[in-house]
Design a protein around this ligand. Structure first.
Ligand code: HEM
Length: 510
């Protein structure tokens, strides 16, 4: 670039001459400026000061939940026509590919914790579509622990460390989950303590929207949908003991497994499908369509295939492309909307707020987050720390009648008669106790699904039993009772295992 060039870009020198961050060549990176050979250092040694000061600022805060994760780039390919359900451009042609990034994560552990831990797995995908970036911020379980969003910080705290001891704490964990009104978590807890709580590979697990979303077609018809991302590699899980052993041997086992598979050309893929429900059907459900603790019957709402997700490209730089990746359920494209599920509605706020704190208000200018396939034009959003994209030059920073703007949204049919909400503004707390309806699906999971998988019921009892053995006896009793409501045999078996394990723990302490 000649000295006359007016554009500054963050170019890296190709001749590999080492400079400071200001571009001034350095002679000896290890020399320090001082008085004589052994005298004190000089304030004028800006290279030393810069390198120490920059080192102190290398970390961005880790994500509060979902801190440990890894990911890869790839594409989504449309395999089936879904235009009667969704008008998004990414679905408009069979065979069409959209570039994407998926990040897998555990939830409760810190960035350096083991990725085989018993925990749900995050399954977040950013699609770089021509209509803007779309994020599907999903988990590997089709349900969640809570349906009152205000409980989220409480719940996450109980999965993390005790504020006094800084230890993981079985009392906190089970105290929260067995509190009567929190037993709405029983479906998710049953899944979490089944084999699926310890996936042996990010490649060999599914992803689920969990929430109900609203999709519409170009005519303005809309449906409730739930998205399922089913692994083409099949499902593979560790047993409780294998997962614990692997956590010691290689806490990054799943991270390594994903990267190695892609490196050797064994790109993992998933089949993406939707369950579709009309508003009328939703009104007839025995539970609210916005209740995130429930799944939809596959018999009544069969999976409809849409496409394939393929991950075939490892990141070139972990910090730039994975740590700085900012996923948010509020990043959505035309024809895909959030439903009124209050947990999802809260998430529409929480993620972008987390990104502003974790990465900074201009986090969308970081290349991995840029909507490069659609480009952007937001002349009213300007300035702020680390603004690096030219900041719209001389473009007015308010909408001016002198300038021509295009508002594409106006060409789309406006859906005036979707759900109609009416009612007083009230403080509403979803449910004060887990009613029997909340036990119906976990009971069916235990009695019908797990019964067909050899040893799966016993492993569920074992996994809960050895975990709860670390809690005090009063809380243990509440756990036995809670699982007895799923199935008395399950409750009894957990009691037997926990009692045996508790005695063993006590003897080990003697
Ligand atoms: C009220 C409920 C919830 C709140 C307030 C919440 C909040 C958060 C926050 C603040 C983060 C960290 C974001 C960051 O620092 O980049 C996060 C990460 C994440 N959450 Fe949630 N969450 C909620 C429920 C859920 C549910 C129900 C799911 C799945 C269906 C989910 C999936 C994820 C995933 C996959 C990530 C990691 C994203 C990544 O890889 O960067 N969360 N959540």
């Amino acid at each position: 670039m000649s000295a006359e060039d007016k554009t500054n870009t963050a170019e890296v020198r190709e001749d590999r001459v080492v400079t400071n961050s200001n571009g001034i060549p350095m002679n000896d990176p290890f020399a320090t400026q001082r008085i004589g050979e052994h005298g004190p250092l000089l304030m004028q040694d800006s290279n030393l000061i810069e390198s120490l000061a920059h080192f102190n600022r290398e970390r961005v805060p880790e994500r509060n939940p979902h801190a440990h994760g890894s990911g890869a780039f790839g594409y989504f390919e449309v395999t089936d026509d879904i235009t009667d359900i969704c008008g998004s451009a990414m679905f408009d042609t069979i065979g069409k590919r959209t570039r994407c990034l998926t990040r897998f994560s555990t939830v409760g552990g810190e960035k350096g914790s083991a990725d085989t831990a018993r925990d749900p797995r995050g399954f977040a995908t950013k699609f770089y579509t021509e209509e803007g970036n779309l994020d599907w911020v999903y988990n590997n379980t089709p349900v969640f622990f809570i349906r009152d969003p205000s409980k989220f910080p409480h719940f996450i705290h109980t999965q993390k460390r005790n504020p006094r001891t800084n230890l993981k704490d079985a009392n906190m964990f089970w105290d929260f989950l067995t509190t009567p009104e929190n037993q709405v978590a029983i479906h998710q807890v049953t899944i979490l303590f089944s084999d699926r709580g310890t996936p042996a590979s990010f490649r060999k697990m599914n992803g689920y929207s969990g929430h109900t979303y609203k999709w519409s077609n170009k005519k303005g018809d809309w449906h409730y949908v739930q998205v399922h991302i089913i692994s083409d590699q099949g499902i593979e899980n560790f047993t409780n003991e294998e997962a614990i052993e692997m956590a010691g041997k290689n806490p990054d086992y799943c991270t390594e497994d994903l990267a190695n598979a892609i490196e050797r050309g064994d790109a993992p893929s998933w089949t993406v499908s939707v369950q579709v429900m009309t508003e009328e059907q939703a009104k007839k459900l025995p539970f609210s369509v916005f209740d995130l603790t429930k799944v939809w019957s596959h018999k009544d709402f069969p999976l409809r295939r849409i496409g394939k997700l393929v991950l075939n490209e490892n990141p070139q730089n972990f910090f730039a492309q994975i740590e700085q990746a900012a996923f948010a359920p509020s990043n959505t494209v035309p024809y895909q909307e959030a439903s009124a599920d209050p947990v999802l509605q809260s998430r529409l706020f929480a993620y972008a707020d987390a990104h502003r704190y974790r990465i900074g208000p201009n986090y969308n200018q970081v290349p991995v987050n840029c909507p490069y396939a659609s480009k952007f034009f937001t002349p009213v959003m300007r300035d702020g720390p680390m603004n690096v994209d030219g900041n719209f030059g001389s473009e007015p920073n308010y909408y001016s009648t002198n300038c021509k703007y295009q508002f594409i949204q106006q060409d789309r049919p406006i859906q005036q008669h979707q759900e109609v909400w009416q009612g007083p503004a009230i403080p509403y707390h979803w449910a004060t106790s887990a009613g029997d309806i909340d036990y119906v699906q976990p009971r069916a999971l235990y009695q019908k699904v797990l019964a067909k998988q050899p040893g799966a019921q016993e492993r569920l009892a074992h996994n809960v039993g050895v975990h709860v053995a670390n809690a005090c006896s009063g809380i243990q009793e509440r756990v036995f009772e809670m699982f007895s409501r799923v199935d008395p045999q399950l409750g009894n078996r957990i009691r037997e295992i926990a009692t045996e394990k508790t005695t063993e723990n006590k003897m080990n302490k003697l």
